[in-house]
Design a protein around this ligand. Structure first.
Ligand code: URA
Length: 212
């Protein structure tokens, strides 16, 4: 597993405003959207393309287009939805699948309560959207799910990550034989006892949608 922290002043600037508790939901949604687009630029560096012949108004030339099968973008409900538009801005022809994951408070295991994905993901590059990589449980379960369906290349886009979550994900995915990259704006200091990222930005879902 590879972790890529996108080092760019605009990323840090937008993340700073997202972190600020004085930032209300409308601004938070807008900045999260913009930040995801910046992260998406880095997250798609390995996107598969194929050659294509075209004619400019002046001459024939060659270029590239997205390879088939088209990439699949998978927001994890609920907070991942707030990242979808920002990602699709750069990948308007990608397909979108949905995963609803919930953590069982007794076993602490993440289980899938809803899914709307192609049955066969063979040969697919998948872009998973989950704003906060905290304990890593949800993302590990989501990635496992996609790999079982046949996905052969996975990139998770997260606004923020905790070092504990990155380490847990690394362990949880050790058995997986598929390249996984985490792209994030920052790896913060730690998780607190309630599972929040510190300094973090609070509850991403609540800050996006204004309700608990
Ligand atoms: N989920 C969030 O929304 N925030 C955190 O800090 C951790 C998990």
């Amino acid at each position: 597993m590879q972790t890529l922290v996108v080092d760019h002043p605009l990323v840090t600037h937008k993340l700073t405003v997202l972190r600020d508790r004085e930032t209300g939901s409308p601004t938070f949604r807008k900045l999260a959207d913009e930040l995801v687009t910046l992260l998406a630029y880095e997250a798609t560096r390995d996107i598969r393309v194929e050659p294509v012949d075209i004619h400019t108004p002046v001459a024939a030339t060659t270029g590239v287009r997205l390879a088939s099968p088209l990439p699949l973008v998978v927001p994890i409900l609920r907070a991942g939805l707030g990242m979808l538009d920002g990602m699709m801005r750069l990948l308007p022809t990608a397909e979108v699948g949905f995963l609803g994951m919930v953590r069982n408070e007794e076993t602490l295991e993440a289980t899938t309560y809803a899914e709307r994905l192609p049955a066969d993901l063979s040969g697919r590059q998948c872009y998973v959207l989950d704003p906060m990589l905290a304990t890593g449980g949800t993302l590990a379960a989501a990635i496992d799910f996609l790999v079982q369906r046949g996905a052969d290349h996975i990139t998770a886009v997260c606004l923020l990550a905790a070092p504990e979550g990155v380490a847990a994900l690394e362990t949880a995915l050790a058995h997986i034989d598929v390249p996984v990259t985490i792209v994030t704006a920052a790896v913060d200091e730690q998780l607190n006892e309630k599972g929040y990222i510190v300094p973090g930005l609070g509850d991403a879902g609540d800050r996006l949608y204004g309700v608990a």
